[in-house]
Design a protein around this ligand. Structure first.
Ligand code: MG
Length: 159
């Protein structure tokens, strides 16, 4: 059985008049993430981890921010495309694990919903999708609430 590991990282700035979308779930907050797409930083980190596991580059290669086609794009739909590519190459997800770094809002009440959303999208069980939330102890850009960052690790298996 072949196995591959991939990791992904992303950060987006916070700003007014934008929804805050993490793992496909809209979370009530006074600020949202800025970006060309819907700026779902968690989904972006997962996509980069999937691509990295097969050395397929990064999401910028497939969905360049300069392309108006991806303006306001639903990141779950972009994830669908990446996952399809992974499957076409003969790989499945063993599990994935993530960390979201946000000073606010409290993400704990939303984690199960994010897991369900991503599990549904990737045809996985909830226990194959780890989502952890941490603050940055008020340090650095995430700690100052200038942005939200996410890290993801994925294990791919050849069924
Ligand atoms: Mg991004």
């Amino acid at each position: 059985m072949g196995i591959r590991i991939g990791n992904g990282y992303d950060i987006h700035r916070l700003g007014p008049d934008r929804p805050l979308i993490l793992g496909g779930v809209t979370i009530p907050h006074s600020l949202g993430l800025l970006g060309h797409s819907d700026a779902d930083v968690l989904t972006h980190a997962i996509m980069d981890a999937l691509l990295g596991a097969l050395s397929l580059g990064d999401i910028g290669r497939y969905f360049p921010p300069t392309d108006p086609k991806w303006k306001g794009a639903d990141s779950l739909k972009l994830l669908d495309q990446i996952y399809q590519m992974i499957q076409e190459k003969g790989w499945a997800i063993g599990n994935l694990d993530t960390v979201v770094v946000a000073e606010r809002p409290k993400l704990k009440p939303h984690i199960v919903e994010m897991q369900k959303c991503l599990a549904d999208r990737l045809s996985l069980a909830i226990d194959q999708i780890g989502i952890k939330a941490t603050t940055n102890e008020k340090l650095g850009p995430t700690g100052r609430e200038e942005g939200i960052a996410a890290y993801a690790v994925v294990l791919l298996v050849q069924p």
